[in-house]
Design a protein around this ligand. Sequence first.
Ligand SMILES: Nc1ncnc2c1ncn2[C@@H]1O[C@H](COP(=O)(O)OP(=O)(O)OP(=O)(O)O)[C@@H](O)[C@H]1O
Ligand SMILES: [Mg+2]
Length: 346
Amino acid sequence: MSGYAVSAVGLEKRYGEKRALDGFDLAVREGTVHGLLGPNGAGKTTAVRILSTLVKLDGGSARVAGLDVARQPREVRARIGLTGQYAAVDEVLTGRQNLEMFGRLFHLGGRRARLRAGELLEQFDLTDAADRGVGKYSGGMRRRLDLAASMILTPRVLFLDEPTTGLDPRGRGEVWDSVRALVTGGTTVLLTTQYLEEADKLASHITVIDQGRSIADDTPDGLKSTVGGDRIEVVVAERADIARAVKVVARVSDGEPESDETELRVHAPVTDRVAALTEVARTLQDEGVRVEDIGLRRPSLDDVFLRLTGHRTDVRNETNARNETNVPNETDETDETDVPNEKEAA
Ligand SMILES: Nc1ncnc2c1ncn2[C@@H]1O[C@H](COP(=O)(O)OP(=O)(O)OP(=O)(O)O)[C@@H](O)[C@H]1O
Ligand SMILES: [Mg+2]
C-alpha cells in the first residue's frame, strides 16, 4: 500500500493459550500521528513489538516503511525508532552523555554523535539541562530525552509506546509538543495510549484495540461523536433522589440521562458545559437534593469502550478484573516472560 507508513493485516500473536493479537489490522498514513488506543492488556505493546521486529508474528502480515517485517527485519530496523513503555536512558549519565552514547551505538562516530546530541537537545528543549545527571530530571524531561534518543538517526517511522503514562499534566504537555515537532519534521508516529484525550490531541486517526483486535478506526472527531462528547455527572447522597436528579439533568442534556443505582450516579451528554453545570447545581439545591459530587467529564477511553462494546474496560481485561468477583484470575499463566510489564505485576 503506498501512502501508508505502516500496514498490518490479520496480525496474530499467541503466548501459550493467550491470544495477545487476534487478527489485528492497522493502516497508518505517512506523515501523520496515528493513535493506538486501548486498555491494559489489549495488545498495544505486542503490536508495537511486532511492527518494530522485536518479536515474531504467528500469523498475518505487516509492512513498515514499505518493507515486510517478517522477511526484511533488518531493513525495517534501519528505518524506525522505538520508545518503549519504560524509559531506557541511563540515570547516572547526563542528558548529553546519554545521547552521545546512543549516537555511538548507532555507529555515528564521536564527532557526529556530539553534533547530533547537540541538535537533539535543542530540538527537545533540553539544552539547559543537558549537562545535569538524568537522575535529577523530571518525568517529562526524561521522556523527552527518551524521545530524543529514538530520533538519533531521524527514523521514517517512530513507535511510541505510552509516552506519557505516569507523567503529570505539565510533563504530558511537554511530550505532546515534542511529538508534534517530530511530525512536522516528516516522521510518521504510531503512538499507543490509554488516554482518549491524548489520542485526540495528537492523532489525526485512531485505532481502538481490544483483546488483540481493532474494534474501531476513525478520526478523533468521529470517535468522539460515537461517544457523545462531554458529560455532566452528578452523584447524589440518597438513592431516593436518583429519579429527581435524572429529571433535573434531563432538562439540560442532549440525550437521555443514564443512572447507576449502586454508585448513585446520574450522567448525560451536554453541549453547553458550563451553563448545564450551573443550572443543574442550582436546581438540585433549590429542590433540596443532597449532592455528593457534581462535575463535567470529558469522554474517556472507558466511555469509548462502553459505546463500542457495551462493556466498561475494567470487566474486559484481566488486569483490572482481578477486583471483580465474577471473573476468574488466570494471570499466572499469561505473565510475560521476556519483558516485565510493571503495570500487570502491580
Ligand atoms: N511475553 C509475554 N508472555 C506472555 N504473555 C504476554 C507477553 N506479552 C504480552 N502478553 C499478554 O498479552 C496480552 C497483551 O499484552 P500487551 O502488553 O500487548 O498489552 P498492552 O495493550 O500493551 O497493555 P498495557 O496498557 O498494560 O501496556 C496481555 O494479556 C499480556 O499479559
Ligand atoms: Mg503496553
